[in-house]
Design a protein around this ligand. Sequence first.
Ligand code: CA2
Length: 143
Amino acid sequence: MKILVINGPNINLLGLREPAIYGKKSYAALVEYIQKSAAALELEVECFQSNHEGAIVDKIQAAYGVFDGIVINPAAYTHTSIAILDALKGIGLPAVEVHLSDINTRESFRRISYAGLACEISYVGLGFEGYKKALQYLKKRLS
Ligand code: CA2
């Protein structure tokens, strides 16, 4: 089973600022965590990060026929991007939304998740562990 993990804008800055919200660990540490979690579940995983909405849409479209499922943290595009929502709906792969922080208990503008409308389940506020839970969900869902 092949899973694509997408992280959106500024997630590459993890660990550099706002440790109280996003933790102290870097994006490289997140990728390592995801790879280890996937290996333990016997899943193949590719991690993709982009600061560009169109690049994320392109990557979602290219996932069709290549990957079996998607884990996505669209970061700030969560709250703005109907293009990412449409791309996820368009390819129809099982998708899971992850957020490091709890978007429901922060500023009101973070409570809307467009991408979440195309996802089967969301894990929020669990830090890195949310990605592991998303992989576990997809493993079960696809088995
Ligand atoms: O909690 C999450 O995972 C978010 O998707 C993170 C986004 C935010 O816009 C969403 O509302 C919730 C922000 C990611 C930016 O991460 C930074 C990390 C370090 C320094 C600055 C930003």
